[in-house]
Ligand binder design. Structure first.
Ligand code: ATP
Length: 233
């Protein structure tokens, strides 16, 4: 479904990605792991067209994404939950959800505000609250709901549970399990390795702008050398 080949990305003269390769199949959950500053956000932002890759190819259902505007990439069916959530602070929770509602791929059973509230009941209770008055957990649930309102085939989460209380994290993992059951592929960046490995089909580790390890969760749990060398655990 998503195929990233030999991707390089620069910030001015500083190179951040040095030939990233990764693939996510339809219905798969993949993780992108790595220590701080290794290139996870740059990879995600390159996929979304938020930063422009210098070379390489990114295809989504065989359509080349490199060179396309972010909104066109989103319209092809990729939903982003960005680092820092980026909730619209001066819109209500409900307005945040309807602001992005679209069904470009003509899903027969599109996401609605009510379906998002069914996934995250706590959001329904706060529907009139302004974005800037929501807690971190509510904002993260809203960021996921907002991305779902675009009816994506691939959901990308940059820091899925960063800074959230353990109970809220568990709600996010449970919701992601339900989302995957609806035939949505997921690419997740997060630091909670134990939870990540439970949900992931495939894991990619990035080190200084290169994928240095790829494999199943079972293989990664067993690979103490990779865990220690690349993730410091
Ligand atoms: P973190 O977990 O800290 O978010 P990351 O793995 O997502 O890290 P990136 O944010 O992609 O890493 O950063 C990769 C490299 O690119 C780092 O060396 C970083 O300093 C650099 N970088 C990131 N954003 C910019 C920018 N806007 N301008 C210049 N360099 C940047």
């Amino acid at each position: 479904m998503l195929k990233v080949c030999n991707l390089t990305t620069h910030y001015a003269s500083s190179q951040a990605l040095f030939g990233v390769d990764l693939e996510i199949g339809a219905g798969q959950v993949a993780t992108l792991l790595g220590r701080n500053g290794m290139g996870k956000t740059t990879t995600i932002n390159s996929i979304m067209g938020i930063v422009s890759p210098s070379s390489g190819s990114i295809t989504f259902n065989n359509v080349e994404l490199v060179g396309s505007a972010s909104f066109k990439i989103a319209n092809l069916g990729i939903g982003l939950v960005p680092e820092g959530r980026q909730i619209f602070p001066n819109l209500s929770l409900w307005e945040n959800l309807v602001a992005t509602a679209s069904n470009h791929l003509e899903s027969a059973d599109p996401w609605t505000v009510d379906r998002v509230f069914e996934l995250f009941p706590e959001l329904g209770e706060r529907r009139k609250s302004m974005g800037n008055l929501l807690s971190g957990g509510e904002q993260q649930m809203l960021a996921i709901g907002r991305a779902l309102m675009t009816n994506p085939k691939l959901l990308i989460l940059d820091e899925a549970t960063e800074g959230l209380a353990p109970m809220v994290r568990q709600k996010i993992w449970a919701a992601l399990n339900r989302i995957r059951e609806q035939d949505i592929s997921i690419l997740i960046v997060d630091k909670n390795l134990t939870d990540l490995l439970k949900i992931a089909d495939r894991n990619f580790i990035i080190e200084r702008g290169r994928i240095v390890w790829a494999g199943s969760s079972a293989a990664l749990r067993k690979d103490e050398d990779a865990l220690h060398r690349y993730l410091g655990v």
